[in-house]
Design a protein around this ligand. Structure first.
Ligand code: GAR
Length: 201
């Protein structure tokens, strides 16, 4: 079995990272996270990386142009031999330089059923719209935000009495299972892009 080298980039708590690392260690995921990068010194992802003995680094974007920052990301990811970039709550928009460098090798998770509720606070957007179902989407990153070809979607119900935090917790529970599953599918199953549709063979 081929083991793929992953690089995870996160701005936040890093809970998805925890589940990805557990899935690797259990043998479910044919991958090894070689490096964790973050743009926030307080990101929980740094601590989680430490718990699993994965090298991690905070790269401060202050004073850097987007392309300059992304070149630093590339330098560290390439230096670690990364083949697949996995975004978990990375809140910066990647430049075309980065997207081109890892063309069709960057995955992102978004807490909604895309193309609904792109952008910030998809939980509140779903509540404000009054949808009965929302969910989570894992997709390939392209030059547009929350837009690229879809790898996997998991629906999550919205209940009448849901608050923002209750709905968020329900979606994030679904994400912890969905992201390792999507990465596994992406790595193990032959696939091709037909237009913007990802077709698994
Ligand atoms: C996840 O819910 C993810 O879907 C969301 O950030 C959270 C990260 O959680 N991403 C976005 O909203 C991107 N548009 P984590 O840091 O605990 O993995």
């Amino acid at each position: 079995m081929t083991i793929s080298n992953i690089g995870v980039i996160s701005s936040g708590r890093g809970e998805n990272l925890r589940y990805i690392l557990q899935a690797e260690r259990s043998g479910y995921l044919p991958a090894r996270t070689r490096i964790v990068l973050t743009d926030q010194p307080e990101a929980g992802a740094l601590q989680i990386a430490g718990e699993f003995d994965v090298p991690s680094l905070c790269l401060d974007p202050k004073g850097l142009k987007r392309e300059e920052y992304d070149r630093q990301l590339i330098e560290h990811l390439d230096g670690a031999g990364v083949e697949l970039v996995v975004l978990t709550g990375f809140m910066r928009i990647l430049s075309p330089i980065f997207v081109k460098h890892y063309k069709d090798r960057i995955l992102n998770i978004h807490p909604a059923l895309l193309p609904s509720f792109r952008g910030m606070d998809a939980f509140q957007q779903a509540l404000d719209h009054g949808v009965k179902w929302t969910g989570t989407t894992i997709h390939i990153v392209d030059d547009d935000v929350d837009h690229g070809p879809i790898v996997l979607q998991v629906p999550v119900p919205v209940r009448d009495d849901d608050t923002h935090d209750v709905l968020k917790a329900r979606i994030q529970q679904a994400e912890y299972k969905a992201y390792p599953k999507a990465i596994k599918k992406f790595l193990e199953e032959r696939h091709k892009l037909v237009g913007r549709k990802l077709v698994f063979e």
